[in-house]
Design a protein around this ligand. Structure first.
Ligand code: ADP
Length: 173
């Protein structure tokens, strides 16, 4: 029987416990899951480079044998063709995610002539509030992000803001 490959695409800037929960659940459902950091032109500024995000994802998924991490500059459907995957996994937290996600799912299905379908995993309730943006907002004010991200990611986020703040140390505002 052929292996079912799935892609979990996103920005992962940085990966959170919410993403990890989706990754673990997807890894139980599919033979192989590729977490793919896609360059997102709509998101003009990111905290971490694509390579840094890939490295962090590799660190936190090291123990899941059927998960691999990659990055891609281009359309998800082209990446799917490249690796022979037919499933895109996306997470849904709240109704507010739905319209955006539905649009992406339908576009990918149309552009791929039906080859790429999207499977939605609803968030586990304890992570429903979690997003990479809120992690960055909290961390930028030196708040506690230990409930949002694994310890090694917390460390990287801290280092990043320390570097940013050190660069701004001459600012008065
Ligand atoms: P984007 O691709 O929009 O930049 P992200 O990298 O933030 O999105 O997230 C990738 C995917 O993971 C999206 O489908 C998003 O809805 C989902 N996701 C993010 N946080 C959570 C969470 N806490 N629970 C479930 N799904 C989530």
């Amino acid at each position: 029987m052929s292996q079912i490959k799935a892609i979990y695409p996103g920005s992962f800037d940085p990966v959170t416990y919410g993403h990890l929960d989706v990754i673990h659940r997807a890894a139980r459902m599919f033979d192989e899951v590729t977490v793919c950091v896609l360059y997102n032109k709509a998101k003009k500024t990111s905290l971490f480079s694509v390579d840094e995000r890939v490295k962090m994802l590799e660190d936190v998924t090291r123990d899941i044998p059927n998960v691999r991490v990659d990055s891609y500059y281009g359309l998800l459907i082209d990446y799917a063709d490249k690796i022979g995957a037919h499933v895109s996994i996306r997470g849904l937290r709240a109704v507010t995610d739905f319209e955006y996600e539905l649009q992406i799912a339908q576009t990918n299905k149309l552009l791929s002539h039906g080859r790429v379908d999207t499977v939605f995993l609803t968030t586990s309730l304890e992570y429903a509030y979690l997003s990479s943006s809120s992690v960055k907002e909290i961390a930028s004010f030196n708040g506690d992000i230990s409930v949002c991200v694994p310890p090694e990611i917390e460390q990287k986020v801290r280092e990043k803001y320390n570097a940013i703040n050190a660069g701004k140390s001459g600012d008065t505002k």
